[in-house]
Design a binder for this molecule. Structure first.
Ligand SMILES: NC(=O)c1ccc[n+]([C@@H]2O[C@H](COP(=O)([O-])OP(=O)(O)OC[C@H]3O[C@@H](n4cnc5c(N)ncnc54)[C@H](O)[C@@H]3O)[C@@H](O)[C@H]2O)c1
Length: 363
């Protein structure tokens, strides 16, 4: 597995894969505990995952082992292991492009090598393709900051040229980009996206509650969702929330008959004291029999990046399973994404789709 963006999500993923690959961790990983939905998926267990390549722009991460870089500032995901982890994979430089806008420059230290001139970009692209290809990376995971449209396009194209499947965890259009989709079809590679839906996050809970009210015949009068956090992604979302807001809105409005009565604020504030903890406030006002009110006020507190890793761990194995089965182009997995190409399935339907990838599974 290759990684683009060694931030908090990557820290949660790398530490989790390490933990569940240790003898004591494997017992947990094979028994559906700690948020592991599929102990075995597409014939792969968590311990079968290794990290082959990683890219970042921060001088505190470039040149270091991925297992050390994940603990560098400004990452805030908790440190589970005292010792630095040894993955044997050294973080490679990448061109910053639109990955670090001005308002992130005080927390991300962009290395000089990540500021190429426009003439140098082609050779930078070849460099990244070569790293992906020579490391025999099967699946490249995009964990760039939200709003990094150019950098996302750059790495999706690099994955296609370097013969890796691509998982787009962020709102920038990849499966929703006809050119990129065509590229992956042409190269016979799977493409998964767009924008991860957290394992147990605000979008899921908001959608489920709204849907339940509507299917029970109640009318939704007003509803909002406000999220607060203290990691770099929240700082970023304060300024670049457009794509995220649309994606979150789409994740919810597909099931609601009154989407204009729902407001969503992806980042209602950057509160450093929260670190990688995320707080979501949901409010729903409904109306039932004889117009009588039904009100819900809910506070959700979650570890933001565990919420991402718990989903990506399945997507990595499905992407590899798709390669093994010779599938290419868009892989229909609306269960795991906020902005897929196809209709959002209900949980039972979605689990059936996932099982269809899973010829031999213990789940
Ligand atoms: N539950 C979740 O955490 C969740 C859910 C859905 C989507 N996402 C998305 O996942 C993405 C990653 O989240 P995160 O919390 O790890 O973010 P983060 O800000 O902690 O990490 C981003 C990393 O990308 C690096 N970077 C910036 N520009 C780059 C470039 N051009 N090339 C390579 N690296 C570059 C940064 O230095 C940083 O290390 C975000 O876009 C977020 O919106 C997260």
């Amino acid at each position: 597995v290759g990684i683009v963006g060694v931030g908090n999500n990557t820290s949660a993923l790398v530490q989790g894969v390490y933990r569940y690959s240790q003898p004591e961790g494997i017992n947990i990983a094979t028994e559906r505990q700690e948020g592991i939905l599929f102990p075995k998926l597409c014939n792969y267990e968590i311990k079968d995952i290794t990290f082959s390549v990683a890219f970042d722009v921060d001088s505190r991460k470039i040149g270091r082992d991925l297992g050390t870089a994940i603990y560098s500032e400004p990452n805030k995901y908790p440190r589970i292991f005292e010792e630095d982890l040894k993955t044997g994979t050294i973080v490679q430089p990448a061109p910053a492009l639109d990955g670090v806008p001005e308002f992130l420059e005080d927390i991300v230290e962009v290395d000089q090598v990540s500021k190429p001139s426009s003439e140098e970009l082609d050779s930078y692209f070849d460099f990244c393709v070569e790293k992906i290809h020579l490391s025999k990376t099967d699946v490249l995971v995009n964990f760039l900051p939200s709003g990094s449209h150019k950098a996302t396009q750059f790495f999706a194209r690099a994955a296609a040229k370097g013969h890796a499947a691509f998982i787009n965890c962020i709102p920038s259009p990849v499966v929703n980009s006809p050119e990129i989709l065509e590229l992956f079809e042409k190269e016979n590679l799977p493409l998964l996206g767009d924008d991860l839906e957290s394992q147990f996050g605000s979008s899921l809970i908001h959608r489920t509650l709204l849907q339940t009210l509507e299917t029970r015949g109640l009318e939704i009068m007003r509803s909002y969702q406000v999220n607060l956090g203290g990691n770099a992604d929240f700082k970023n979302l304060q300024f670049r929330s457009d794509a995220k807001q649309q994606s979150k809105k789409k994740a919810i409005s597909t099931i609601s008959s009154t989407p204009d009565r729902i407001n969503i604020v992806p980042s209602g504030g950057f509160l450093p004291v929260l670190g990688d903890n995320k707080i979501g406030y949901l409010m729903i006002e409904g109306r039932g029999w004889l117009g009588m009110p039904v009100n819900i006020d809910l506070k959700l507190s979650v570890q933001d990046s565990s919420n991402a890793a718990g989903v990506v761990i399945d997507l990595i194995r499905i992407a590899k399973g798709a390669i093994d089965q010779g599938l290419s182009g868009y892989v229909s997995l609306s269960y795991y994404f906020k902005n897929p190409l196809d209709r959002k399935l209900d949980t039972d339907e979605a689990i059936e789709v996932i099982r269809s990838f899973n010829s031999d599974t213990s789940a």
